[in-house]
Design a protein around this ligand. Sequence first.
Ligand SMILES: [Zn+2]
Length: 104
Amino acid sequence: MHGLAREDNSKEKVLKLKVCPRCKEENDPISDFCKRCGSVLELETALAVDEQRKAYDKSMTRLLWLITNRLMKKDPELKKEIEKDFSKWVDQNKLENLFKDGEQ
Ligand SMILES: [Zn+2]
């Protein structure tokens, strides 16, 4: 293992105003989001937000799947209707490719 240099420059960053990458507005050093346009001010934050959104999406998808699955098991008619509506929606929005690959 190579010795890693300690990074002390994170302290400097904290004291500087954060300039928004989108609208160039100057924001407080402690801000994570631009006060003017709402953009994420740092890559780290952007990545964290992205991860959070992914985790949220995953949870919501799971929850929706659980609910739908329960309902469809109880009611075969409803199952047919949901499947019909869903495939119609997939057709209309040209989302076939989303469901072709990557099935788990
Ligand atoms: Zn901005």
